[in-house]
Design a protein around this ligand. Structure first.
Ligand SMILES: [Zn+2]
Ligand SMILES: [Zn+2]
Length: 253
């Protein structure tokens, strides 16, 4: 997407100004290390393991060469491309935990530019943005969807429609945390339903906070394509670069 030199539209400025005003009234602590004064401090930023090329052009996993990985060759994913900003490691992992479980919503706005920096490098002609939905239970408990908060600054910066209604979570799925990659896919089969009127013939960008095995984005992309989307891309803030059986990914959704 051609974003270089793009002037951020007024709505984006307003959204940013609202968060800056909130910071002025209630100065934040860093979501990575807890240090007082800013939402994301330079020391935490310096520790981020940003995912660098070369990656598999489809699933975005780091590779020795920019060519399809064995897994995408064997079973091509339904999404046309998936990318993530950083490895799911500290301090990003802590920040995502704060965003999901501690009501630390401002950090999603801070990461808007990080997500934009990934999109800048892709040749994707996105027409609308869809956040991955939570199951309704969890959404009620939490009061917000972290993927929606990550998608909002992107939609305002890119002047693209944000369509949270396009994807519904039909039923409660088992917690993904202790399942293998295959079990995750099975667990999510039929869990999402897309609403054709919001995405028909459109190129959709799906947004999520973390991807571990890609199973959630896989299921969402399948639902969107079945409902008539032209093509689907995925973008997440972080991704697990560890083996599926590592205890480190047990905290990822
Ligand atoms: Zn920090
Ligand atoms: Zn791949």
């Amino acid at each position: 997407m051609q974003l270089v030199g793009l002037k951020k539209p007024p709505l984006h400025g307003i959204y940013h100004a609202l968060w800056s005003a909130a910071d002025w009234l209630y100065p934040p602590n860093c979501s990575g290390c807890g240090k007082f004064g800013q939402r994301w401090c330079p020391a935490c930023q310096a520790q981020v393991q940003i995912i660098q090329d070369p990656v598999c052009p489809q699933c975005g996993n780091p590779q020795p060469k920019a060519e399809l990985c064995p897994s995408c060759r064997h079973t091509p994913p339904p999404y046309a491309g998936l990318r993530s900003w950083a490895a799911y490691r500290e301090p990003v992992r802590h920040a995502i935990h704060q965003l999901k479980y501690a009501g630390d919503m401002g950090i999603a706005e801070s990461f808007g530019n990080s997500l934009l920096s990934v999109l800048e490098k892709q040749n994707w002609n996105i027409e609308c943005i869809v956040p991955v939905p939570l199951n309704p239970h969890r959404q009620m408990e939490r009061g917000y969807n972290q993927s929606m908060l990550l998608a909002l600054p992107l939609a305002t910066a890119l002047r693209l429609p944000l369509r949270p209604q396009a994807l519904l979570r039909k039923r409660d799925t088992l917690s993904q945390t202790k399942l293998s990659a295959q079990e995750r896919k099975q667990n999510l089969l039929g869990a999402f339903q897309a609403q054709a009127k919001y995405i028909r013939n459109q190129t959709v960008l799906l947004i999520d906070d973390v991807t571990t095995t890609g199973a959630t984005l896989w299921a969402c992309a399948q639902a969107l394509l079945e409902a008539g989307a032209k093509s689907v891309y995925g973008l997440t803030l972080a991704r697990s670069l560890l083996q599926a059986d590592s205890p480190e990914i047990a905290v990822a959704a």
